[in-house]
Design a protein around this ligand. Structure first.
Ligand code: NDP
Length: 270
């Protein structure tokens, strides 16, 4: 019963909500766009591929979105993060949710010493998040809105084959974790939710880990719904699936065992 009451409250609070979702052409971002659409939100979606965004926006309208607008943007550029926020503020007349979710492609392999790639990935996966958050902050203050940051278990504990990616996720957790404290100390009405995800069955993730590990992957649509609920209920953190929470604890309490498990979860022959 209480679950249904919670769902009704959620759909009331999200109906007409003004939302930006980044990285929404595929994967978890696309699924979040569809969920927000079903709740009747007003959505701006962004990623690089305009044609794909157009198709996602059309589907959002057919699912019930009050508005579904798209803007192509490359988060590796200096100006596009601001451009997206400006576009959303102009078209929606304000902002209730900024959902930062995009990631640039990065190899799933042993570190090959490519420093330039890591710098570029920091720009896409980290600096653009800060830039958008800064640009949107006053609009979020006005609406008592929420900032939702999609992070990873790999931003809490490192694993092999993802050194550049893990660095960007650790940076996100550090920066937005600090900001959570500062907003609380200032008694700000803006909430920040940091979402720690385990392996999710998106095409891009599955392509990377196929044949390399048998770790279970969890459904993108379910991950997307959990992220939306976390933002809408203004919780500080999400751990999805729940086992990610215990993995972060076990890394601190039993580091040797956890390291052994991590290193033996992958098929790798030196
Ligand atoms: P996908 O690779 O499926 O999607 C990435 C999105 O980012 C796409 O929409 C892509 O669209 C967009 N994108 C890529 N490069 C750029 C760029 N330079 N500028 C703007 N947009 C860009 O990712 P997932 O759905 O798998 O992951 C979503 C989030 O969940 C990420 O933050 C990820 O770290 C996190 N996560 C995912 C896990 C998983 O197993 N899938 C596990 C843990 C965390 P386009 O190509 O059109 O630009």
């Amino acid at each position: 019963m209480s679950f249904f009451v919670c769902l009704i409250n959620l759909s009331e609070s999200l109906r007409g909500a003004r939302v930006v979702v980044t990285g929404a052409s595929t994967g978890i971002g696309e699924q979040m766009a569809y969920h927000y659409a079903r709740f009747g939100a007003q959505i701006v979606i962004t990623a690089r591929r305009e044609k794909v965004l157009q198709q996602v926006a059309e589907k959002c309208l057919s699912l019930g979105a009050q508005k579904a607008l798209y803007i192509a943007a490359d988060m590796g550029s200096d100006s596009d993060p601001d451009k997206v926020v400006d576009f959303a503020l102009e078209k929606l007349g304000g902002l209730d949710y900024l959902v930062l979710n995009h990631i640039g492609p990065s190899p799933f392999s042993m570190w090959d010493g490519d420093v330039e790639h890591t710098k570029w990935l920091m720009k896409v996966n980290f600096f653009s998040y800060i830039q958008m958050a800064q640009k949107a902050m006053s609009a979020l203050k006005q609406s008592k809105g929420s900032l939702v940051v999609v992070s990873s278990l790999l931003g809490k504990m490192a694993g092999p084959f993802v050194a550049p990616y893990a660095s960007t996720k650790f940076a996100l957790n550090g920066f937005f974790g600090a900001l959570q404290h500062e907003l609380a100390m200032k008694k700000s009405n803006v909430s920040i939710s940091i979402c720690t995800l385990g392996l999710i069955d998106t095409d891009s993730a599955m392509e990377k880990v196929r044949g390399v590990t048998n770790l279970p992957a969890y459904p993108a649509a379910d991950a997307a719904m959990n992220i939306i609920i976390t933002g809408a209920t203004r919780q500080l953190e999400l751990f999805y699936p729940w086992v990610t929470y215990f993995l972060t604890i076990s890394k601190d309490w039993f580091p040797s065992i956890t390291n052994y498990i991590i290193q033996n979860s992958y098929n790798y022959i030196p």
